[in-house]
Ligand binder design. Structure first.
Ligand code: SF4
Length: 230
């Protein structure tokens, strides 16, 4: 098991876009001031953490399953077809912590709806960026080995049963994981995600799901367009 903490830089323009505005100039000055204040405060609420594990698996072609080291499996066409060519899997749990979500909920409870919404959006943007940073960390390790990487796969996508999220949590053996999975397979803190990548020499290198315009990884060699920081 490995543990990473990567700082998060949140792009103001991305937050504003997620609020439904194309440009910073499209929103009234008082709302822009709220966004800027929330961005400032959010830095101290972020607690970015990544726990991950590299795993071998055995292919079960007949049942379209990947059998994992502890006997559990990932199943369904979506998971199987995307991952079966991999030499190994990377399973991960990523979170930006619980404070941002708590602050957002507290704002809503007190009737500060705009502020609550802004903190909620900042949490989503922060989680996306932490995910990009994790991908970049993996890619830095594999690029010299001529290995490819699948798109990011999450239980609950397409036909992949969300219950198999439990397998990711069981495979990451660390008592320090600060993300809980409840009986409805929802994560706490909510600004968290569990995911799987397949890595291997027969896997195509993919950037699917990467939006470089909203990513703060300025030195990423795979960047397709500049970050939109205007
Ligand atoms: S710059 Fe683009 S390719 Fe690189 S990590 Fe960010 S989103 Fe992904």
């Amino acid at each position: 098991m490995a543990f990473l903490q990567i700082p998060i830089i949140i792009n103001k323009k991305t937050v504003i876009k997620k609020m439904g505005h194309e440009n910073v100039t499209d929103i009234p000055g008082n709302i822009l001031a709220e966004v800027e204040q929330a961005l400032h405060e959010a830095q101290e609420y972020l607690d970015p953490c990544i726990w991950y594990e590299k795993l071998k698996f055995v292919k079960d072609e007949e049942h379209e399953r990947l059998i994992l080291p502890d006997g559990s499996y990932f199943s369904g066409k979506h998971a199987y077809n995307n991952l079966y060519l991999a030499d190994y899997l990377i399973v991960a749990i990523i979170t930006v912590g619980d404070k941002l979500g708590s602050v957002s909920r507290a704002c809503f409870q007190k009737g500060y709806y705009l502020k609550g919404l802004i903190f909620d959006i900042i949490g989503n943007v922060a989680l996306d960026n932490l995910g990009y940073s994790f991908w970049l960390k993996i890619v830095e390790e594999i690029k010299s080995k001529n290995l490819g990487i699948t798109c990011r796969l999450c239980p609950g996508d397409n036909d992949w049963n969300i219950k198999e999220q439990q397998n990711i949590f069981s495979l990451i053996k660390d008592n320090g994981v600060k993300v809980q999975l409840n009986k409805n397979y929802m994560m706490d803190p909510v600004k968290s995600v569990s995911l799987v990548y397949g890595v291997g020499k027969n896997v195509e290198f993919t950037r699917a799901g990467h939006d470089c315009a909203v990513c703060s990884s300025e030195r990423c060699p795979y960047r397709e367009c500049p970050a939109d920081n205007s």
